[in-house]
Design a protein around this ligand. Structure first.
Ligand SMILES: Nc1ncnc2c1ncn2[C@@H]1O[C@H](COP(=O)(O)OP(=O)(O)OP(=O)(O)O)[C@@H](O)[C@H]1O
Length: 267
């Protein structure tokens, strides 16, 4: 388990508290989804759990020995290739990186310098380094940002594997994708306080990603809206991703319906 025992945190001695009186715990096998508007303090809470930040007051207790932390942005300004970096990280932990390099489809990028990787590939390197030694606590800060659709489907799988073996997962999520996981607990960060939020009721809704030609995107969006669907995202697809069926450059539209998250996570 990981326990926040009367945790307070602020970034400077004279600044307002970012988090106050946090009393919360994560049990083995739990997935905790951290919700809150932009700037509410989600990343701060995750970094405290990871041990990257130390509480100004209070303690984080019973943190397991192996913690995997995937920051919102992988720090790619390091003088290694992706392969070098992952093999070194694995060696430090006395394990091999090969399985995760393959599973996250990083094999073709191992010779690329970290600073030359695309944002999504750098995120996958960040994910791989957090997983090479099986973490007792896995911390994912907005893990879907920048990931291609193949890698995005892996996240719920990975979360389920960690929790199935008694590990714990803390994840901040504003796209509602973690709803695919059963039994996720929700924490709401608001006004510097952390409260357990009621589980969102099942909505009976799904998210479908549709790829269209760029020029046809406005019409497609309008048609979907007219049919009563909600547009969650429109993304430029500059080049087809490997392992993805593709008919060339276009836009990916994610039409869905409200997932009942109004007032929920920001960012
Ligand atoms: N290193 C820092 N120094 C000073 N203030 C910071 C620092 N990092 C974050 N903050 C501030 O602390 C508050 C909480 O930030 P945090 O990144 O935890 O929020 P968040 O909920 O994760 O936001 P987002 O959804 O935008 O990522 C914000 O007001 C932010 O500006």
């Amino acid at each position: 388990m990981v326990r926040f025992d009367g945790v307070w945190f602020r970034y400077g001695r004279r600044t307002d508290w970012t988090l106050r009186e946090v009393e919360a715990s994560v049990e083995p096998g739990d997935t905790v989804v951290v919700l809150g508007r932009n700037g509410a303090g989600k990343s701060t809470l995750l970094q405290l759990a990871a041990g990257v930040l130390r509480p100004s007051r209070g303690l984080i207790k019973e943190r397991p020995p192996v913690v995997g932390w995937v920051p919102e942005r992988f720090p790619a300004d390091q003088p290694f290739t992706a392969g070098d970096y992952l093999h070194r990280m694995a060696a430090l932990r006395g394990v091999k990186a090969g399985d995760w390099i393959e599973r996250l489809l990083l094999t073709e990028h191992t010779g690329t310098r970290l600073s030359d990787l695309s944002k999504g590939t750098a995120q996958k390197v960040g994910l791989a380094q957090a997983l090479i030694a099986r973490p007792g606590l896995l911390i994912l800060d907005e893990p879907w940002e920048g990931l291609d659709s193949v890698a995005r489907t892996l996240i719920p799988e990975i979360v389920a594997e960690v929790t199935a073996s008694g590990g714990m997962v803390l994840v901040s999520d504003h796209r509602g994708e973690i709803d695919n996981l059963p039994k996720a607990i929700h924490w709401q960060v608001s006004d510097a306080l952390v409260a357990r939020a009621p589980a969102a009721p099942p909505t009976g809704e799904v998210i479908i990603e549709v790829k269209v030609r760029r020029a046809e995107a406005p019409q497609a969006v309008a048609r979907l809206k007219a049919e009563g669907h909600q547009i969650l995202d429109v993304r430029d697809v500059a080049a087809p991703q490997p392992h993805q069926a593709s008919s060339g450059p276009g836009l990916t539209i994610t039409p869905g319906a409200s997932s009942g998250r109004e007032g929920g996570a920001g960012s």
